[in-house]
Design a protein around this ligand. Structure first.
Ligand SMILES: C[S@@+](CC[C@H](N)C(=O)[O-])C[C@H]1O[C@@H](n2cnc3c(N)ncnc32)[C@H](O)[C@@H]1O
Length: 180
């Protein structure tokens, strides 16, 4: 199962190919992982970012990965045997429920590859509201997109939103770094 075949079945996949490792490193390579207890990934897909995040996790840090596509969840579960990682076949707005289930109040950081621009306004608002509700005061919400259309919306949820452009992916991507 590839992005292209899943995209043809369901546009919510939001991409026709995987994100690059280099884009991942650019996005989340310099977060503070030393003190982190739980990192949340939204839209794990085929796991390019998931594998890169795992390399950075400290030995006691959990990684909760939300992915709505069942085929991608099966792939992630079959190739990742790491007690720190939990693959969750649910939509991203359920962050709070799964943080509580694993005895956490807030996520240290949230790393999102979600195709926000393809979502209904209602779903986008619900995901961003839950992300802000369950992000640590000192954490970051990171999001990449192929066009900077959601800058204003992100500004309505986060106190600080920085935007960078990265050529380390095809197509090139905008990376948002948001904090409360
Ligand atoms: C751009 S792709 C992810 C790329 C990923 N970084 C990778 O390297 O493979 C976006 C992913 O978000 C997932 N997705 C879409 N809507 C979602 C939702 N509401 N909650 C969780 N995942 C969702 C899609 O199924 C898709 O796998």
């Amino acid at each position: 199962m590839s992005y292209l075949s899943e995209f043809i079945k369901n546009r919510s996949v939001g991409a026709v190919s995987s994100s690059s490792k280099s884009l991942g490193r650019f996005m989340f390579g310099n977060l503070n992982y030393i003190d982190a207890k739980v990192i949340v990934e939204l839209g794990g897909g085929r796991g390019v970012f998931t594998h890169e995040i795992i390399k950075l996790l400290n030995p006691n840090c959990k990684l909760l990965v939300f992915e709505v596509n069942e085929a991608f969840c099966k792939k992630l579960n079959s190739e990742i045997q790491d007690e720190r990682v939990v693959i969750i076949n649910e939509s991203a707005e359920h962050i709070g429920k799964y943080l509580r289930k694993h005895q956490f109040e807030k996520a240290d950081h949230i790393i999102s590859s979600l195709p926000l621009s393809m979502f209904s306004l209602e779903l986008k608002e619900s995901i961003l509201q839950n992300a802000t509700n369950f992000l640590s005061e000192v954490g970051q919400f990171l999001q990449f997109q192929y066009a900077p259309f959601d800058y204003r919306r992100l500004k309505t949820h986060f106190g600080k939103v920085k935007i960078n452009f990265s050529l380390l992916n095809f197509p090139p991507a905008f990376v948002y770094r948001c904090s409360l």
